[in-house]
Write a protein that binds this ligand. Structure first.
Ligand code: AMP
Ligand code: GLY
Length: 415
């Protein structure tokens, strides 16, 4: 199989490793990829959809795998499919589960997926009036894609009003949602979907705040641990039956079948699991810990899903654990500094440890930081403690001026 993978983060680096491990792979091209991926495939810059379509016209390809949300929300998978090429990644319509929180909420409501109570508003004034009347703080969400900056968990009425003013004035905030606040541990449940059936991958926990003990601003994700003790493959399947299957059924019945990775962000509340959000793609940094724990052929599963014939039992889970510590640049998330030199002491990277690249570039033979989240340090072990020890040993092999990382990844899973 000849495969084109789109994306440039550590999530795509993990996907490229899994795809490259398959005996079904003939040739992997990654656009644009990053400097960590050279051994896995050839890298090519295809910044626009016309670039991708022109490249595909010249390079016979059996499967395109789309990593990030922006091209999905922009309808790239529809355009590529219309040329007869299989795509792992939902249509623009189906990707609305992520690109419109109001759409996702209405679907959850229609199919009785448990979620937080909410109200949607098209006008800032109406939302403010509602908050004054309720005299309660709310979780404020912009409807559209906002690169992880579209949610504010307000603690007071005044903070809620401030959040409405700031999110109401960003492009994604044309529509605002006010949501009831939920409490409980969070689970990222990601399922590979073929439009009808799904296969759940190991559960993971992300750490979204920049600082230790969940302090500081929200980020794209500072680290992950997998699988969660509370969730073996059987219970993850049950959770999938509650929060994935009804949505797949609804989307198919309404002629927008969901083909791709459906990610449910779930909170385990005292009243049972409730969905906080759906993403229409693999999570980052969840993918970095989930894929190393899967058994079976990931490329075959992605290709089968894209052809509507996934075997839900095709992929299994290893009885091991994985941890990922994200190395972010100085100034992340507000003003990430670029261009700092990165030194990696490769000789000291432990067995079962690895470095996945994200915001890096090579310039005049030097490896430089080139974005907010720069590297993922990953460890795999027989226990969560061992996986964490290895991940932090990998961190110790990295030198980058001003680098930021959390010291408390995965604490919830330690004995
Ligand atoms: P999201 O971008 O929807 O994943 O939201 C970012 C983070 O905000 C989530 O991971 C939660 O920690 C938090 N959050 C979102 N919605 C709620 C809610 N209804 N109650 C409590 N926390 C929430
Ligand atoms: N780790 C959160 C996300 O991928 O959206």
């Amino acid at each position: 199989m000849r495969v084109l993978l789109l994306g440039s983060g550590a999530r795509e680096h993990a996907l490229a490793r899994a795809i490259a491990a398959s005996p079904f792979l003939d040739y992997l091209t990654i656009a644009p990829g990053n400097p960590g991926m050279h051994e896995l495939g050839s890298l090519v810059a295809l910044p626009t959809l016309p670039d991708v379509l022109a490249w595909l016209a010249a390079h016979p390809t059996e499967l395109v795998v789309i990593g990030p949300e922006a091209p999905l929300a922009a309808g790239w998978s529809d355009a590529i499919r219309s040329h007869g090429i299989a795509v792992f990644g939902p249509s623009q319509q189906a990707a609305r589960l992520e690109s419109s929180k109001a759409f996702a909420k209405s679907v959850m409501h229609r199919v009785n997926v448990p979620t937080a109570g909410y109200r949607a508003f098209l006008r800032i004034d109406d939302a403010v009036a509602f908050v004054h009347e309720s005299a309660l703080p709310w979780v404020v969400k912009a409807d559209g894609l906002a690169a992880g900056k579209g949610v504010i968990v307000a603690e007071t009425v005044a903070e809620t009003i401030d959040a409405i003013q700031s999110l109401g004035n960003i492009p994604a905030g044309q529509q605002l949602l006010l949501e009831e606040r939920l409490y409980g541990p969070e689970v990222s449940l990601i399922a590979i979907c073929d439009g009808t059936r799904f296969s759940v991958l190991p559960t993971a926990r992300d750490h979204k705040r920049l600082g230790n003990d969940d302090t500081g601003p929200n980020t794209g994700g500072m680290g992950t641990i997998a699988p969660l003790h509370a969730m073996n493959q059987y219970t993850a399947k049950q959770l999938g039956a509650l929060v994935i299957q009804p949505v797949l059924d609804f989307m198919r019945l309404h002629n927008m079948p969901f083909v791709g990775a459906l990610y449910a962000g779930v909170m385990l509340t005292e009243d049972g699991p409730k969905v906080i959000e759906y993403n229409a793609r693999f999570g980052d940094p969840e993918t970095q810990v989930i894929l190393p724990l899967c058994t079976g052929d990931m490329l075959k599963a992605l290709a089968d899903a894209s052809h509507g014939k996934l075997d839900p039992d095709e992929l299994g889970w290893q009885n091991r654990a994985a941890a990922c510590v994200v190395i972010a640049s100085h100034g992340y998330p507000e003003t990430p500094r670029r261009g700092d030199e990165i030194f990696i002491d490769t000789a000291r990277i432990p067995a079962n440890g690895m470095i996945l690249h994200a915001g890096t570039k090579v310039s005049e033979g030097r490896l430089l930081s080139n974005g907010g989240r720069v590297l993922s340090a990953v460890g795999i072990g027989d226990t969560h403690a061992e996986a964490l020890k290895i991940a932090y040993a990998v961190v110790d092999c990295i030198t980058l001026a001003g680098m930021q990382y959390r010291l408390d990844i995965g604490q919830s899973e330690l004995p």
